[in-house]
Design a binder for this molecule. Structure first.
Ligand SMILES: [Zn+2]
Length: 317
């Protein structure tokens, strides 16, 4: 294990102390794309995270980007209350999550990048940059989120990807890109590489929405990490198909490129709001089956060693 560090909402931490990492989740969220499914209650998020911790999670990476209800003060509070390490995100989502007229559409690449860099280097804006003069929270972001659309990126999304590339180079952090149904992966990687981002700092999220093991092996061979998060999403497919996918990608030699998250982005997915499957699902229901498929050592790589590398700060001040 390296002695690299990660940036958590409560400060720097050796990457070797993250434990089991849920590499993509949400502790607070509000988006016009999912009306009525927002969750912003501190007590309920704390209860959910307690269950996650009891199931074995050591770290949750909160991938809520700018404009979707980030609450750095509440992220610090849930982390303190539960003992779970929380890494927070800066950066931007795809267009669908911003209402018409939102400042992210008109902002220059320079402004978009400057806000990302400030979230990383100074402290996260307390209210999603609605009032640029507000004092930053003391929690710093530790990863950059970006987003693309189905088989394409819009001009505005392209500018936000450019800003993410600038932020990654400046802050030494990885970029996790939302792919829509696992599409446009090669193109997203090429865009970020053109922006100077090395492939090992790029994570493509939701790739299992298009469970094409050959495509995944191709993209992983470029040095990019793939994040899967449809376990327990029975409306998409049974877990057995995700297990098949992981087994095939590992069999193709890309164990080191896989990350798992749960991406519970709706209140109806959280047990604390009376829904499910909840934050405990990964460790309680999915990982025991994964161990039987690929063995304990490979599971350890996916849950502990890979995220420790993926979220480590590199060459940052
Ligand atoms: Zn998400």
């Amino acid at each position: 294990m390296t002695d690299a560090e990660v940036m958590t909402v409560t400060g720097r931490l050796p990457a070797s102390r993250l434990g089991v990492v849920d590499a993509h989740d949400h502790l607070f969220l509000r988006t016009p794309a999912l009306p009525g499914d927002e969750f912003e209650d501190l007590d309920r998020s704390t209860a959910e995270l307690h269950e996650g911790r009891a199931s074995g999670l050591g770290t949750v990476v909160d991938m809520t980007p700018i404009g979707l209800g980030r609450r750095p003060d509440m992220l610090r509070a849930v982390s303190d209350a539960t003992g779970v390490t929380v890494i927070a995100a800066t950066g931007y989502h795809r267009d669908a999550h911003y209402p018409e007229g939102h400042w992210v559409y008109a902002a220059s690449v320079e402004t978009l990048a400057e806000r990302v860099v400030r979230d990383l280097e100074v402290g996260m804006h307390p209210a999603d940059w609605t009032d640029p003069t507000a004092a930053p929270d003391r929690a710093r972001a530790g990863v950059i989120k970006a987003g693309a659309s189905y088989h394409h990126v819009s001009d505005a999304e392209r500018r936000r990807l450019e800003a993410a590339a600038i932020g990654s180079r400046r802050g030494g952090v990885s970029i996790l890109v939302h792919t829509e149904i696992g599409t446009f992966g090669h193109e997203i990687v090429s865009l970020l590489e053109e922006g100077g981002v090395p492939p090992h700092r790029i994570i493509l999220a939701h790739m299992d929405r298009n469970p094409d093991a050959e495509l995944h092996a191709e993209i992983a061979a470029r040095g990019v990490s793939l994040e899967y998060d449809t376990m327990g999403r029975t409306k998409y497919r049974p877990d057995s198909e995700l297990l098949d996918l992981i087994e095939r990608v590992v069999g193709a030699g890309h164990l080191d490129r896989l990350l798992l998250g749960q991406d519970l982005g709706r209140r109806s997915s959280l047990r604390a709001y009376g829904g499910g499957p909840g934050l405990r699902y990964l460790m309680e229901a999915f990982v025991p089956r994964l161990r039987r498929r690929i063995g304990d050592e490979a599971v350890e790589a996916i849950l502990v060693a890979n995220p420790a590398r993926a979220f480590a700060l590199e060459g940052a001040p």
